[in-house]
Design a protein around this ligand. Structure first.
Ligand code: TEU
Ligand code: CA
Length: 537
């Protein structure tokens, strides 16, 4: 199980209201007690924070708001001592506009050699005042910004698939390739076990800059040339002792093209966003699990299972809505949410994902049952997506509640000078780590127990899955000869098999019935392949 830490929001060690490395180091015991195998850190590098650190000014250092490189090295060593591996986020598609290369490209004017490292182009029209293309950005909105020449005249435009503060690198340039290969070595040399590759499918652009039209290949999504980059990265990873993993953030609806990233000489794994976007519906989820496993089997890569991350509405909230799917367009304020129902389903989803073969990703706070904070006052919003697309990602980035009855809930130390960088809901007093610890009904104890079983059961983790007969609306599958998971996604209770031992349930079970929106793990006594032993539900 890989746990995603969003450094701004995990724990604040120095009391300035922003999470930092000192805070993370002081809370490593939480992650150790949870049973995590690895931690993935969202970016911690020097950055003007125009996109919360995904605008990197220097990939080889730590932003002072988070701490120092020496602290990062200490953190890596402390995690390793606890048996926890470390994954860092590398952002190769773009950098910050404060990056020295981009600053040199601007300062040097039209002939600056650094311009070749980005996508500078003259504008269209007689005065060059129209954008070079009409490409729509990944956050919505324009993808080109016009520069001003050093002499004050209007200059060329530069490409940015995200905000204007995130200029895109030109991956056709050997210096860009060499730079990132060196950045990989920099972190592998410091003992890092894996790299999460941000926006991994966007790096290569069609240099003829065609418009994005439905009847022709897309100018920057998933171009074939991107695979050559990752083959070179894989050679670097493989040159280090121990396994150094490359994990791609690849948003691709086509499972076959997705699997191309997972060939044996490319990435070790990539996030499965189909599962995250799937409705809370047995047919849809089964289909998604089957498609995912079918895409991964031929390449031999582990499947990944993600329910939430720092970019999407937290799944307690998604599952509490009438429309349980996720799409960026549906992320709107004011959609009614039943948090009790969402929590019930999130508990069942925890047992579902932790029973699947492959790698499970847990986003910080998911183990506490945190929901999306949808009422952050507009004046306190931080995410640049708000102004570009009318929705934002702040609600899943609210600082974690650790202990106590009122904000900051132990996120910052006593005597902190600032309040947390995003406001925490008062209702989170019941969701703190301390409040949930030793409460057998809490989300935290459910996660701890489930992860404990997953780590101790040889049949869980890697391996295959076998579907078992089940009524409509119920997912039932076996892992190995003696373990089964049942999830009732329907609206009526279903009978549970009588003779199987119950290892764990997501909600109280009585009368041998599995209620709606509930999951159970069973120790099957006979081989489930034997029809007589299949759970009779
Ligand atoms: O996200 C890439 C990505 O695909 C986004 O465009 C996604 O569509 C968006 O976040 C909508 O919620 C990665 C990071 O995960 C994200 O936090 C960054 O903002 C983005 O790259 C730019 O680096
Ligand atoms: Ca701090």
């Amino acid at each position: 199980m890989i746990y995603q830490v969003y450094p701004r929001s995990f724990a604040d060690g120095n009391g300035d209201g922003i999470g930092d490395l000192a805070g993370i180091r002081s809370r490593l015991s939480h992650l150790s007690a949870l049973g995590v195998d690895a931690i993935w850190f969202s970016p911690w590098y020097p950055s003007p924070m125009a996109d919360a650190g995904y605008d990197v000014a220097d990939h080889r250092d730590i932003d002072p708001v988070f701490g120092t490189l020496a602290e990062a090295e200490a953190l890596i060593a402390e995690a390793h001592a606890l048996g926890i591996r470390i994954i860092v986020d590398v952002v190769p598609n773009h950098c910050s506009d404060a990056h020295p290369w981009f600053q040199a490209a601007l300062a040097g004017g039209p002939d600056a050699p650094e311009r070749e490292l980005f996508w500078f182009r003259p504008g269209r029209g007689p005065n060059g005042d129209q954008r070079p293309t009409d490409w729509v950005g990944e956050f919505g909105g324009e993808t080109w910004t016009r520069t001003v020449n050093p002499d004050g005249t209007p200059g060329d435009w530069y490409l940015h698939l995200f905000t204007a503060e995130q200029p895109d690198f030109n991956w056709d340039h050997p210096r860009v390739r060499a730079e990132f290969e060196d950045i990989l070595r920099f972190w592998f040399d410091r003992g890092v076990d894996g790299i999460r590759i941000d926006s991994a499918g966007l790096l290569v652009k069609d240099g003829t800059l065609p418009e994005a039209l439905a009847d022709r290949p897309h100018p920057f999504h998933d171009l074939d040339g991107v695979h050559e980059i990752y083959r070179a990265w894989r050679r670097i990873a493989d040159s280090y002792p121990g396994e150094r993993a490359l994990i791609g953030e690849v948003w691709l609806p086509d499972q076959e093209r997705f699997a191309h990233y997972l060939r044996p000489d490319e990435l070790h794994s990539a996030f499965n966003f189909d599962f995250l976007g799937c409705a809370w519906d047995a047919t849809a989820l089964r289909h998604c699990v089957d498609e995912t496993l079918a895409a991964h089997a031929p390449v031999g890569a582990p499947a990944t299972w993600v329910l939430s991350n720092h970019d999407v509405t937290r799944h307690v909230t998604r599952y509490g809505r009438a429309d349980t799917t996720f799409s960026f367009a549906s992320k709107r304020e004011g959609v009614p949410t039943d948090l009790e129902l969402g929590t019930l389903r999130a508990r069942a989803a925890a047992l579902l994902t932790l029973a699947l073969p492959g790698a499970v990703y847990v986003y910080q706070g998911e183990e506490l049952g945190l929901w999306e904070v949808e009422d952050i006052p507009p004046a306190l919003r931080q995410d640049p997506m708000w102004e570009r697309s009318g929705h934002g990602r702040d609600g899943c980035r609210v600082p974690l509640p650790w202990a106590g009855d009122a904000p900051p809930f132990g996120f910052s130390p006593d005597g902190a000078t600032r309040t947390p960088w995003l406001p925490q809901p008062a209702e989170w007093k019941d969701r703190t780590v301390r409040a949930q610890t030793d409460d057998p009904h809490s989300m935290l104890e459910l996660y701890r127990a489930a992860i404990g079983v997953r780590r101790s059961e040889a049949d869980l983790g890697d391996g295959t899955l076998r579907w078992l007969p089940a009524p409509d609306g119920v997912l039932a599958f076996a892992r190995g000869p003696a373990f089964a998971c049942l999830v009732n996604l329907g609206t009526t209770p279903v009978p549970l098999p009588r003779h199987e031992a119950r290892l764990l349930a997501s909600a109280p079970l009585d009368d041998d019935l599995l209620p709606p929106d509930t999951a159970v793990w069973l120790r099957t006594r006979k081989r489930p392949a034997d029809p007589g032993a299949a759970p009779a539900c």
